[in-house]
Design a protein around this ligand. Structure first.
Ligand code: HAM
Length: 432
């Protein structure tokens, strides 16, 4: 017999563990709904060329590609942003703003490590058709709200930058190869200072330029004071970007999330399609990789057809956020839940047990019954293992008096109820 193991980086999530994942998905999805994002449902595979256009080299190397039977080169989607750009371009009748969300699987052939898998979930939020800073602020506010709901927003650094602003700063300080520098800057958090400088030298920067890049990308701090610093440093050409950052800061204030956010000039993001605002979040200890990332990408939709549509969005990373929740002792979020287990004392009462089960299921409760003719003790043990709140014990002796016994699993308390009072009793207790 062959024992076949699952693939590395593809996780088998058993129900007990997945209950918490589902709870987290619910928190992310509810946040999206509250902000008026609408859920879409799209394919898990695309033509590989969709990514060649603008996702960047790093992502291209991580793709799961194959040829289908018709000889087309197909990719398992490594991210959903290009798909969304394709969809927006294909439907010119859609009224803007278009606000979409969805949590689903993505695939990247990465080095597997804590919070980095080969098959993983992302929750994408995007707003299409709004060029102004209001959309940037709403996207960031939605992201911060998820962490507020989880109660860990003070364990997270929300870092914001503007690629154009950084480019003009670098330009003004004589750094010519800004494109090449950006790639190294994207890796800065993973490198020592020496490695960082070395990387820049390899990209053709001079020692002086590399040191300047290092100095500028060290700029990081609370939004308002950092904007003031930048205003002094920034050349005239970047006054628009600085003003936009100021407007963003005001709006984030109005959303009540500016306290949580910082400007950090080392955030540039690896994906090639971002055109201005970029942001990313990290755990406060700086131990984990990014919790989520996003930015503005005003040209991507236009690459897929005649219509230019500005866009801004982010993808929430489940794996790293769960690592952070574990670190904070806040995982699991939830266990397996059962409202009522219906215990049949003997086979002769099985039909009555099933009647109760359907009645209670119709009331919206999670109900299990015995499927295997097990004894009293075994059934009680099973009810405990599925965290059943109540056990409804149906036995012949009680039935002779038109009664059943309800056991409260937490307190151990038992009460005798008239057959017809079961649902009303559960309603009084707030279970229904
Ligand atoms: P990204 O930075 O590639 O951006 O991914 C966003 C987040 O997804 C990361 O910060 C991380 O938490 C999670 N993530 C990425 N790769 C993995 C992996 N291998 N395993 C587990 N989690 C991972 C994007 O994908 C953009 N499409 C985001 C976006 C949406 N920009 C605009 N709209």
């Amino acid at each position: 017999m062959a024992e076949i193991q699952g693939l590395k980086g593809f996780y088998d999530r058993y129900p007990k563990e997945y209950a918490s994942w589902k709870k987290l998905i619910e928190i992310v999805d509810d946040t999206a709904e509250e902000f008026g994002f609408r859920q879409l449902h799209v394919p898990s595979v695309e033509r590989a060329e969709l990514y060649r256009i603008k996702s960047g080299d790093e992502l291209m190397e991580q793709m799961y590609n194959f040829d289908d039977k018709g000889g087309r080169e197909i990719s398992l989607i490594p991210e959903q942003t290009p798909t969304r750009a394709r969809l927006v371009q294909a439907r010119k009748d859609l009224k803007t703003p278009i606000k979409w969300y969805d949590t689903s699987k993505r695939w990247r052939y990465e080095d597997v490590q804590r919070g980095r898998d080969r098959e993983f979930l992302q929750g994408d939020f995007d707003i299409f058709g709004v060029e102004s800073v209001e959309a940037d602020a709403e996207i960031i506010a939605a992201a911060v709200t998820i962490y507020k709901k989880l109660g860990i927003e003070d364990r997270v650094n929300f870092l914001i930058n503007d690629r154009r602003l950084l480019e003009s700063l670098l330009d003004a300080h004589g750094v010519e190869r800004t494109d090449a520098a950006m790639k190294v800057i994207d890796d800065k958090e993973k490198l020592s200072r020496e490695e960082f400088i070395e990387g820049l030298l390899e990209e053709g920067l001079s020692q002086g330029q590399a040191e300047k890049v290092d100095e500028l990308t060290e700029i990081s701090g609370p939004i308002s004071s950092t904007i003031e610093d930048l205003q002094e440093l920034a050349p005239k050409e970047s006054s628009e970007s600085v003003q936009r950052m100021k407007d963003l800061a005001e709006m984030l204030n109005a959303y009540g999330v500016s306290q949580a956010c910082r400007i950090d000039l080392s955030i540039v993001r690896g994906l090639a399609y971002y055109t201005g605002l970029v942001f990313e979040a990290f755990d406060a200890e700086g131990e984990l990789r990014a919790l989520f990332g996003g930015g503005r990408y005003d040209n991507l939709v236009g690459l897929f057809g005649g219509r230019e549509v500005p866009a801004v969005g982010f993808a929430f990373g489940y794996s790293t956020t769960i690592e952070l929740l574990k670190q904070e002792d806040m995982w699991p979020l939830k266990g397996i839940e059962t409202d009522v287990y219906i215990l049949s004392v003997s086979d002769s009462v099985r039909d009555i047990a099933l009647d109760y089960a359907s009645e209670l299921r119709n009331e919206g409760l999670i109900v299990e019954t015995d499927l295997g003719g097990r004894g009293f003790g075994d059934q009680l043990g099973y009810a405990d293992s599925i965290n059943s709140k109540r056990v409804l014990i149906i036995g012949e002796r009680d039935l002779e008096n038109d009664k059943v016994t309800m056991k409260h699993m937490e307190s151990g308390k038992e009460e005798l109820l008239a057959l017809e009072d079961v649902v009303d009793h559960l309603k009084e207790e707030g279970l229904v």
